[in-house]
Design a protein around this ligand. Structure first.
Ligand code: PRX
Length: 633
């Protein structure tokens, strides 16, 4: 399945374009199916309707667990490093992980879970999170993992949208010196969610929690019940290749986050293939992905992709800067990590502490590095390359999205020549195209455009949960017969791709995707706010910061307090990850005569680029621009 040389990559790429069905069929044969497909691919981007491996049946957990047992049952699947370095780490072999997944799958069944049910997971980064995810997949329930940084309101919105009937959570979670009361956040969310019949609570921090009779049960008690029943095995549910595997909510440029839907067969093949190739994973290598399972990176490249390939994955509960900024490097040294996959925001943050923290750390086990989530600036790229990789480790800058399921444009470690800041070349099976505003293809090299994909790949989203029309209009109507990524992109003279950032109203703050409309809606809920406009601005560590222009005549002269109140409101409505970094109070927003906010102008002001604001003649009240410019933060 792995391409080993650049020539092999080119051959694989050509084949994937000329004979896509044969190409993916051969890859799919490397996986375990209960029944093989009748047809490899059926598609149109109009509706859209995309089906891979039709007629095939499988269970992804048999590929991630059972099939490794005979030869590699004792190979570590997950090495877990706790938040507190003085607490013991844990190792789960494939055999142990298999048994725990089966056990918890039986707990889910005992609690009424069935194939097709939607189950919300809100948990810390502990092995039980991976176990919960896989247990859902084992019984054919659809997981919807919500990242721990989201508020009760965000959880409630997601639970209602997916009509979940079970929540899996923990009493609390540790993040550096902080303790987050997860169960209490869930309790607040559930006031709005009558569909939830059961809450399964793992003990982690043993912080006091309310346990409601008839609804809430402890994870540990439920496991004991399964043990007394002697119910250790759990047969893997037979799933159709196109049955739903999970929903993951992500932000767009309008409205509430949408539930991106991935299905069993194509997603399995795609994440396994891309993991194996981009990182050139070899048996025995230790792979550390610093993402949280609450995001797509954790789904695809902590859980499903690596496990389907029998890899050993390091999973970390804490944060990179606690107890000090050398934590990642301690983990690399402790477990002799070979492959480190992290985000530019973490690299920039760790860089800012200086090189002293690196002194005495043994990073010699590292052979490959990876980056994901946002454009990596050259300074961070070089620091990563020199200080962490000692110039010997290829940097795999993987460009992809929640919607794409897996890597799309990325170097193949040791095979593709890398260039700082470039995601480089499309992986086999990926057909990128750059278009101008009118949807016309921009051909040749040395060009800029909007990045689209013109042919389906197995890991692509199939729909947005409960609203297929939204999927169509968000991704498939901007340009006819193309999937639109929302990203701008440069293709240089060598045909190398460099992602330049979102061209829509989506921000990328510390690698977290945040819709400006969502933040505006949250700010506008504050009682003294009339209206607001949110844009991004360059931020040294976070990549982008959140800049809010707020019209708030009722701020009673106490700007600082109102600012804090607004931040608190955003935290409550969305979660701490969406808090504005800057709030500028203004008397009005620059609007066209038809009432549309001219964000272009606000973006320039937020970026500190006020020299040339472009054409302001269509504004209803040009004076407002002067005022905003003068008050810029
Ligand atoms: O703008 C691109 C940026 O992150 C967006 C996708 O965000 P999300 O769905 O949360 O997934 C993040 C993890 C895959 C993209 O539209 N992005 C992601 N990876 C890169 C990137 N931008 C530049 N370079 C990357 N390697």
């Amino acid at each position: 399945m792995q391409v080993k040389t650049f020539e092999e990559y080119q051959q694989a790429y050509t084949k994937s374009v000329e004979q896509p069905e044969q190409f993916w069929e051969e890859i799919a044969n490397h996986f375990q199916w209960k029944k093989k497909w009748d047809k490899v691919l059926e598609w149109n981007f109009k509706e859209p309707n995309v089906k891979w491996f039709q007629g095939a049946t499988l269970n992804i957990t048999e590929n991630c667990l059972d099939r490794h047992l005979e030869k590699n049952g004792d190979t570590p699947a997950i090495i877990w490093e706790p938040n507190d370095p003085t607490e013991d780490h844990r190792v789960l072999t494939y055999k142990q992980l298999h048994d725990k997944v089966c056990q918890f799958a039986n707990v889910l069944k005992n609690n009424g879970a069935k194939k097709g049910d939607r189950i919300c997971i809100y948990m810390p980064m502990v092995p039980e999170l991976a176990i919960a995810v896989l247990a859902c997949a084992r019984i054919g329930a659809v997981h919807s993992v919500v990242f721990g940084g989201f508020s009760a309101q965000s959880i409630a919105d997601r639970i209602k949208d997916a009509e979940c009937n079970i929540v899996i959570t923990a009493d609390g979670s540790y993040r550096g010196t902080k303790e987050v009361p997860l169960k209490s956040v869930i309790d607040d969310a559930l006031v709005q969610c009558p569909s939830i019949k059961r809450v399964i609570v793992l003990t982690r921090s043993r912080t006091p929690v309310s346990m409601i009779k008839g609804r809430d049960v402890w994870w540990e008690d439920e496991i004991k019940k399964v043990e007394t029943q002697g119910n250790v095995e759990c047969p893997a549910e037979e799933m159709d290749a196109e049955d739903m595997l999970f929903i993951l909510y992500t932000s767009g440029s309008t409205g509430k986050p949408k539930g991106v839907v991935h299905t069993c067969g194509g997603y399995m093949v795609y994440t396994g293939y891309t993991f194996s190739n981009a990182f050139q994973y070899q048996p025995g290598e230790i792979y550390f992905c610093t993402a949280d399972i609450g995001w797509i990176t954790g789904h695809s490249y902590i859980a499903y992709g690596p496990l389907s390939q029998g890899a050993t994955v390091v999973m970390f509960e804490g944060i990179p800067t606690w107890p000090n900024a050398g934590r990642f490097w301690d983990i690399v040294e402790k477990f002799k990590v070979n492959i480190l996959y992290t985000a530019p925001t973490a690299i920039r943050s760790l860089m800012s502490f200086g090189d002293d923290v690196l002194k005495g750390k043994d990073l010699s086990s590292l052979t490959k590095l990876g980056s994901v989530g946002e454009p990596i600036n050259e300074e961070a790229w070089h620091w990563f390359d020199e200080k962490i990789g000692h110039g010997n480790c290829p940097i795999v800058d993987t460009w992809w999205q929640t919607e794409t399921g897996g890597f799309m444009i990325s170097p193949i470690a040791g095979v593709t020549k890398t260039k700082p800041g470039y995601a480089s070349l499309p992986l086999p099976g990926v057909q990128p195209i750059l278009v101008d505003e009118n949807g016309k293809e921009i051909e040749g090299n040395g060009v800029n455009g909007n990045l689209c994909i013109k042919f389906p790949w197995p890991g692509m989203l199939r729909t947005t949960y409960g609203d297929h029309e939204r999927c169509r209009t968000t991704y498939f109507t901007a340009y006819e017969n193309l999937y639109f990524t929302g990203d701008g992109c440069l293709r240089d003279e060598d045909g190398y791709y460099r992602i330049t950032g979102r061209v829509d109203d989506v921000l990328n703050v510390s690698g977290h995707r945040i819709g400006t409309a969502e933040v505006e809606n949250a700010i506008n809920m504050h009682s003294s706010v009339v209206e607001s406009a949110v844009v991004g601005y360059p931020h040294d560590i976070k990549g982008q910061g959140v800049y809010a222009f707020v019209v708030s005549p009722g701020k009673h002269g106490n700007e600082e307090l109102t600012r804090k109140d607004i931040i608190m409101t955003v935290s409550r409505i969305i979660g701490p990850i969406a808090k504005p970094d800057k709030i500028q109070f203004v008397t009005g927003l620059p609007k066209t005569r038809s009432g549309k906010i001219m964000r272009r102008i606000l973006r320039k002001i937020a970026e500190g680029d006020t020299g040339n604001l472009g054409d302001t003649s269509t504004l209803l009240d040009p004076a407002v621009v002067e005022e905003i410019k003068n008050g810029a933060l």
